[in-house]
Design a protein around this ligand. Structure first.
Ligand SMILES: *Cc1c(COP(=O)(O)O)cnc(C)c1O
Length: 422
């Protein structure tokens, strides 16, 4: 079956004229396999339709925001209702207070909340809060960890000055000695230790947090008076109904949230404890759209579903079914497939595939079978998925492994990926 993608092709051509490079950021042209659609028309539940009308079972979940299904009726009803009453106003509605109460009521370490729009807003606010609290400059973070796309944290150096990235020291994730060395190198200037909840970098296997590392980060922050920040923008609510490091028994001072807590509506958050409250009250952070009421209504409904439904247990079961089924099919087909990270946020990488050509070929064959997977970024499960969806993905995988057995996979567009690999 050959797939028609004429609408997508035509949109790409038009985009090239009016959008620099045809597309930017994590959707930049050429990062994904050639046959992947660039444009979509619709989403419902666990499914996406591309601009050519092709239905896809979507394991990217909008890179995280889709937790309860695209267009979840209950969440969207709350959003639409609030849109009709009032959204962007001269100030916030009562929903802001209700949402702060609901969120801090769920997250163990949190005594207060501030709301913004993107995850990058939240991580940048965390950095500023930590510097305001300590009156120190240095941030220790793990090499390769993504904290957003502002000049201080973007992974790409073009247009960024060394000054933008000043006062940062890097350590290796889960390596206690390296963390200790980074903190020692900060001397008496440590403002914060920024931690990813797990190692969820692109192109490499994901690694769960070592409790010893997490506890050491907590202790080092306490000894120096610095703040411990957990960046839960991506993993939040897919590992726990609390901050993800609650699973290793460590409470940060600040945590950052985004992506899924309003099920795709535009809102992010910085949560903090009382230690950081005064500093957070004195920094100047804001945005024209930060007080929007409709995303807050959507977030309140999403958090209610988080508290009151068994979504987390269900996506865990589905994720395990996918992991076990895929392991079986990969080994039956003779491939070493590494599946890493939490089962609700899987990443698949092939053994002996340094330039990703196997991964790209297999992902294309999955797409051809109606399943959207990513060749080098962690994926996401959502609560709209069913066992039948997982079985459909497993059938597709069996076919895709057969394609890979018969193919001489062409090279992935590695030159386009080089900046990410650097
Ligand atoms: C996506 C992400 C961010 C940035 O969030 P945006 O909404 O894209 O600005 C920050 N940290 C992590 C861990 C992320 O995955």
């Amino acid at each position: 079956m050959t797939r028609t993608n004429s609408v997508d092709r035509a949109l790409r051509e038009r985009a090239e004229a009016v959008i620099p490079g045809g597309m930017y950021g994590h959707q930049a042209v050429g990062l994904l396999p050639e046959d992947y659609p660039q444009f979509f028309s619709r989403g419902e539940g666990a499914r996406l339709w591309d601009a050519d009308g092709r239905e896809l079972l979507d394991f990217m979940c909008a890179y995280g925001p889709n937790l309860f299904g695209y267009g979840n009726p209950e969440i969207n009803a709350a959003y639409v209702r609030q849109m009709e009453i009032g959204d962007t106003l001269t100030g916030p509605t009562a929903l802001m207070v209700e949402l702060a109460e609901a969120f801090t009521g769920m997250v163990g370490h949190a005594d207060w909340a501030m709301f913004c729009k993107n995850g990058t807003d939240a991580t940048s606010m965390a950095m500023v809060t930590a510097r305001a609290h300590t009156r120190k400059k240095t941030i220790v973070m793990a090499k390769g960890a993504y904290h957003g796309a502002a000049p201080w944290c973007t992974p790409r150096r073009v247009g960024i000055t060394p000054e933008d990235k000043a006062n940062q020291i890097f350590c290796d994730y889960n390596d206690v000695a390296s963390l200790e060395a980074a903190v020692a190198a900060a001397g008496d200037d440590l403002a914060a230790i920024f931690a990813a909840p797990l190692k969820h970098d692109t192109f490499i296997d994901q690694v769960l947090p070592d409790p010893e590392y997490a506890n050491r980060a907590r202790a080092l922050a306490d000894e120096s008076g610095a703040l411990l920040v957990v960046d839960d923008v991506r993993a939040g609510l897919r590992i726990a109904r609390d901050c993800s490091w609650s699973t290793v028994g460590v409470e940060p001072d600040l945590s950052t949230w985004g992506k899924c807590f309003a099920n795709g509506h535009a809102i992010s958050a910085l949560l903090g404890n009382n230690k950081a409250r005064n500093a957070a009250a004195h920094i100047f952070v804001t945005g024209s759209f930060w007080y929007q009421a409709a995303p807050m209504a959507a977030a309140l409904t999403t958090l209610k579903l988080v508290r009151e439904s068994d979504y987390l247990e269900r996506i865990d079961v589905l994720g395990l079914r996918l992991r076990d089924g895929l392991a079986e099919r990969a080994s039956a087909a003779g491939f070493g497939l590494r599946q890493t990270g939490p089962v609700t946020m899987p990443l698949f990488l092939f053994d002996d595939d340094p330039d990703l050509r196997k991964g790209y070929c297999w992902s294309s064959a999955m797409l051809e079978r109606g399943v959207y997977v990513h060749p080098f970024h962690n994926m996401f499960l959502c609560a709209a998925m069913t066992e039948a969806d997982i079985d459909l993905a497993l059938d597709a995988a069996e076919g895709a492994f057969k394609v890979l057995q018969g193919a001489a996979p062409t090279l992935a567009p590695i030159e386009k990926l080089a900046f990410l690999l650097a």
